[in-house]
Design a binder for this molecule. Structure first.
Ligand SMILES: CC(=O)[C@@H](O)[C@H](O)COP(=O)(O)O
Ligand SMILES: NCC(=O)COP(=O)(O)O
Length: 240
């Protein structure tokens, strides 16, 4: 049975929009755990647009499940990861100007840099995963570099509306999952998965963990809105 990792970055995005202290991604993570999440994912971006260092340190102290830290392969991030000691580090590509992660790591091109990151993390007992497109050469290189796992970037599958193209993307994910499994890698998947598109990926089998954030937080805003308004109505119109 696959595990569900809940990404709480998007809770922090709402907080940062006001520069205040709510909603708190640490509280959101605790609620996600109460609801059955198997792990919590956060992406500490270099520009700190959502998750802050404080969130990471508090999550490390308070989580009862596992902490998966997504980060760029930089010296700054490596230093933070070695201090915080998350259960897993997922190395992801990062561009300042992007709205969201646009693709997987080019493991073949950046093998030396990635090797320098993977080794010290693994020496500290931190599981290392590389966020890659469903591309067999990238997955083989991740294995050669000593990564414990890969996370397959499902964005292309999720964003493609045409049925035939979407099916082709799903088949790429299937091949990638099989290849990762055969190499003995942990195989995770994520990016853009939602309540409409996740079932077909689950049905492929072989995926150890799904990391899902934006769609869960988006739904939480809507399914929680009615209760939130009722609670405010009770304060504004007491005794009604
Ligand atoms: C790598 C990945 O897929 C997640 O980190 C996701 O990108 C988080 O959301 P943002 O891209 O909005 O930071
Ligand atoms: N690694 C993917 C992730 O953590 C969540 O991505 P998304 O569901 O927010 O697109």
């Amino acid at each position: 049975m696959a595990r569900l990792g809940v990404n709480v970055d998007h809770v922090a995005t709402v907080r940062q929009a006001r520069g205040t202290n709510e909603p708190d991604p640490v509280t959101a993570a605790a609620l996600a755990e109460l609801a059955g999440a198997d792990s919590i994912t956060v992406h500490l971006r270099e520009d700190r647009r959502h998750i802050q260092d404080r969130d990471l340190f508090l999550l490390r102290q308070t989580l009862k499940t596992r902490l998966n830290l997504e980060m760029a392969a930089t010296d700054e991030m490596l230093g933070i990861a070695l201090k915080v000691r998350p259960d897993c580090v997922t190395l992801v590509p990062e561009k300042r100007e992007e709205l969201t992660t646009e693709g997987g790591l080019d493991v073949l091109r950046h093998r030396q840099l990635l090797k320098k990151q993977i080794e010290p993390l693994r020496q500290e007992g931190i599981i290392v995963s590389l966020f890659v497109d469903p591309d067999l050469e990238q997955i083989k290189e991740a294995h050669r570099l000593g990564s414990d796992a890969v996370e397959i970037h499902t964005g292309a599958y999720c964003e493609t509306r045409r049925y035939d193209k979407r099916y082709a993307e799903l088949l790429k994910i299937q091949e990638a999952v099989r290849a990762g499994g055969k190499l003995g890698l942990g195989v995770n998947a994520g990016h853009g998965l939602n309540y409409q598109n996740v079932q077909d990926v689950v049905a492929l089998g072989g995926i150890d963990e799904f990391n899902i954030g934006h769609s869960i937080i988006s739904r939480a805003v809507l399914v929680g809105l009615e209760r939130a308004v009722r609670e405010m109505v009770a304060l504004v119109r007491p005794g009604e």
